[in-house]
Design a binder for this molecule. Structure first.
Ligand SMILES: [Mg+2]
Length: 207
């Protein structure tokens, strides 16, 4: 893990989010207020703009600075939640650990902080329906040596988590005003989170 790899991943995330822009926008128009795609594209741009400043710095510093940038520039609940994830991931960085163990412990810390910040848990039709299963799977696989295998499994778990939101009734955020009618729609935050995780996994699988 280093600054360059973080920004490379961010670039891959940008490509995938841009490619699925219309789809995410539509999902959010169905059960939200339609600003989610704007918020995440803004967050990605603001983060990528930090590249020259942060290149060469330690990964924890990079994640923290990106998190703080997202916190102060991105609107909507997703901005605060993504920022919480990144800032708390940075706290657990330990260069002594294998990448697998490091990512698993960082990600778990970040996701726990998101749960507290969002006062949400599994099954509430949010991005946590992607992040929680992924953090559990990362823990389970942290002793595994084949990173490509881990990436393939994580990609699968993230996709299943995203798909699971379709049948759920939203109890958090704007979509919760719809009650039963939120059923039958995939959560836009879960979709964008899954696309981001998939982009990172694909980068690992390809290298
Ligand atoms: Mg919104």
């Amino acid at each position: 893990m280093n600054a360059e790899k973080i920004f490379n991943n961010l670039n891959q995330i940008k490509l995938s989010i841009d490619e699925h822009q219309r789809e995410i926008e539509k999902l959010d128009q169905e059960i939200g207020d339609g600003d989610h795609i704007f918020n995440i594209q803004r967050g990605i741009k603001e983060s990528l703009d930090l590249k020259d400043k942060l290149i060469g710095q330690d990964p924890d510093q990079v994640l923290k600075e990106i998190g703080m940038k997202v916190m102060t520039t991105v609107g909507g609940s997703s901005g605060a939640l993504f920022a919480t994830l990144l800032i708390n991931m940075s706290k657990k960085y330990n260069s002594e650990l294998t990448n697998q163990k490091n990512i698993a412990s960082m990600f778990t810390e970040g996701v726990e902080a998101m749960k507290k910040r969002g006062k949400a848990d599994l099954g509430e039709k949010t991005m946590l329906d992607v992040f929680i299963p992924v953090s559990i799977e990362l823990q389970k696989l942290s002793d595994h040596e084949d990173v490509k295998y881990i990436a393939k499994k994580i990609k699968e778990v993230a996709k299943n988590g995203m798909l699971s939101t379709e049948d759920l009734i939203a109890t958090k955020g704007r979509a919760s005003y719809l009650g039963e009618r939120s059923k039958g729609h995939i959560d836009p935050g879960a979709r964008s989170s899954q696309l981001a995780i998939e982009a990172i996994c694909n980068t690992i699988i390809k290298t």
